[in-house]
Design a protein around this ligand. Structure first.
Ligand SMILES: NC(=O)c1ccc[n+]([C@@H]2O[C@H](COP(=O)([O-])OP(=O)(O)OC[C@H]3O[C@@H](n4cnc5c(N)ncnc54)[C@H](O)[C@@H]3O)[C@@H](O)[C@H]2O)c1
Length: 262
């Protein structure tokens, strides 16, 4: 029997990409998964796909914009009311932005990206953290990025949000350790998702080359010559939530094909 059976997980931004694949993988392991995202119809549709494969999943879909603390609180209260606890929080929801040098960057981009990528994680971690302190157990997992470990031209706002989260993870890990709660980050490299393909498409257009050319060029920059899948990221999250993972806290685990080592 899976060691994860009957655990309860809450995943933000779960309607597609890494969040969706993590929900699918968690449900496969017997975890009851609450999938949250913006737009009731879209998140319900994504949840139904998971439920169709794993009907024993007692989770549900919840329409929640992580930039709105009152919606975050409602989502957490509803999860505890219906499922009794929260064992795993995956802070996955995030946005990326168009490519600009800092000197040309519209100021609204910096504001929007911090609202989602940093404040969203803060709100979810704050309210789920209170619940996990009561439980004396839990695992908070922040999906960051290798862009938070190494700066990238034209992505200063995004990179700096992810760097902020890597450090936020360490601080919160120290605070939560006495309660038996771990706080870690998983820092993906390039992952085969719509977010990544969209960013590559923009780069191709700006450089006057085709999508296929940029896809090949960037793949060749990865030492193992292979992008990650959402399931690769989900597997790292599962490790952090596993029995063996309970001695790991405050880390930002690279799953990146060798793109960076720090
Ligand atoms: N794809 C990559 O190459 C890559 C690399 C490194 C890190 N990441 C990180 O992985 C995570 C998932 O990325 P992805 O590639 O699956 O992207 P994605 O765009 O497919 O998924 C992000 C999800 O977050 C949701 N979201 C955005 N703002 C939200 C908000 N305010 N409230 C609720 N949901 C919101 C989106 O609707 C979407 O469902 C993100 O944190 C991203 O920064 C991705």
């Amino acid at each position: 029997m899976s060691e994860f059976k009957d655990k309860v997980a809450l995943i933000t931004g779960a309607k597609r990409g890494i969040g969706f694949e993590t929900a699918m993988r968690f449900a496969k392991e017997g975890i009851h998964v609450v999938m949250s995202g913006r737009g009731q119809e879209e998140i319900s549709e994504a949840f139904e796909k998971v439920k169709a494969n794993y009907p024993e999943n007692k989770g549900f879909a919840f329409n929640c914009d992580v930039t709105k603390p009152s919606q975050v609180e409602d989502m957490i209260n509803e999860t505890v009311k219906r499922l009794g606890k929260i064992d795993i929080l995956v802070n996955n929801a995030a946005i990326i932005h168009e490519r600009f040098n800092v000197v040309d960057m519209p100021e609204r981009i910096m504001q929007e990206i911090y609202d989602t990528n940093v404040f969203g994680v803060f709100y979810c971690s704050k309210y789920v953290g209170r619940q996990m302190i009561k439980q004396r157990s839990g695992n908070i997992i922040n999906i960051t990025s290798w862009y938070g470990k190494v700066g990238q031209a034209m992505f200063a706002p995004y990179c700096s949000t992810k760097a902020a989260l890597n450090n936020f993870t360490q601080s919160m890990a120290l605070e939560m350790a006495p309660y038996g709660v771990t706080v870690n980050a998983v820092a993906p490299g390039w992952v085969e998702t719509e977010m990544h393909w969209g960013a590559l498409q923009n780069e191709a257009e700006q450089n006057g080359i085709t999508f296929e050319e940029i896809e090949e060029m960037t793949r060749n920059l990865i030492p193992i010559k292979k992008r990650c899948t959402g399931d690769d990221i989900a597997a790292a999250c599962l490790y952090l939530a596993s029995k063996n993972g309970q001695v790991v806290t405050g880390q930002a685990i690279n799953v990146n094909g060798g793109l960076c080592f720090n």
